[in-house]
Design a binder for this molecule. Sequence first.
Ligand SMILES: Cc1cc2nc3c(=O)[nH]c(=O)nc-3n(C[C@H](O)[C@H](O)[C@H](O)COP(=O)(O)OP(=O)(O)OC[C@H]3O[C@@H](n4cnc5c(N)ncnc54)[C@H](O)[C@@H]3O)c2cc1C
Length: 315
Amino acid sequence: MSVLVYTENWNGKFRKSTFEAVSYANETAKLLGTNVVAVSLGEVSDDELNKLGNYGASKIISCTGVDKGDSQATTNIIAAAANDASIFIFSNTYTSKMIAPRLSAKLKVGAISNVIALAESTSPVQVKRKSFSSKAIETATVNTEKAILSILPNSYQLIETGGSCTIETLDSLDKGALTIEGQETTSGKISISEAEIVVSGGRGLKGPENWGMIEELAEVLGAATACSKPVADIGWRPHAEHVGQTGKSVTANLYIAIGISGAIQHLAGVNSSKIMVAINTDPEAPFFKAADYGIVGDAFEVVPKMIEEIKKLNS
Ligand SMILES: Cc1cc2nc3c(=O)[nH]c(=O)nc-3n(C[C@H](O)[C@H](O)[C@H](O)COP(=O)(O)OP(=O)(O)OC[C@H]3O[C@@H](n4cnc5c(N)ncnc54)[C@H](O)[C@@H]3O)c2cc1C
């Protein structure tokens, strides 16, 4: 019996959400009195793989030569690596959302997404998760002997153990039947789903030419940039930045909404953020009811002042 964690990488590098998943897996393994096996797919250097040991993985199964975008192939590999694993841990990223349900169907194991805390019980597995677009927290129970848990990024802490791991390679597997025709990556940017700070703009910014101040505010804060749905729909910003019910989910420590009204569909994707700040000219804007802090004012006056003050603090 072991805990198996899928360790996603981006161009051969792990991110914070991967280490959070390994930390979570290690704490789960302690509850079960067992160890953590990590599965890594694609080209990742040994130095990078060894970092997983510092968060509690004792063994890494590394499989190169696989297209990580092929969810059939990746599911087959994780299933083959499963052996005696009783709990499977994923980070709730887009890739994992493609793999975890497939693995659930393949192994006939119950799966819970949006997990935000360590299991309250391991037999049966019972955990807290966010539901109803993060409006509610429920305790969910898995009725199968084994369980798959997908952890919401930024909802579990990093725990360094100072440990080390062994690395095994796995190859010659059934590669699945999908053909990937193309993949687009938004390189060099901070990922919205994992960012600690997100600066987001809405239709109140009037046009794409005004996004310079949003990008500058994001830069001085070390934040990711996001936008409301209509802003992406009219092509002011790329769809990769659209957040909300039908876009990406934000679980940041700080979400700054600028010129965004606060429609229910927008809030559904961002209200898991720990602190929300709204900047809006309309004191009746719905966002002010959800926000922790509000500035009633014109974004074109407020944002440059914020940038100036933050630059002073940074220096
Ligand atoms: C099925 C469905 C799914 C949807 N999914 C999403 C989703 O995932 N994400 C999403 O965002 N929306 C979604 N929507 C759309 C949502 O209902 C809203 O229409 C949308 O969020 C509004 O975007 P907005 O706040 O940018 O624009 P608006 O509603 O036009 O609001 C602009 C705001 O800017 C303020 N403003 C104007 N000028 C300034 C200024 N100079 N300074 C500061 N503030 C200013 C205004 O007071 C106003 O509050 C969905 C809708 C449906 C029906």
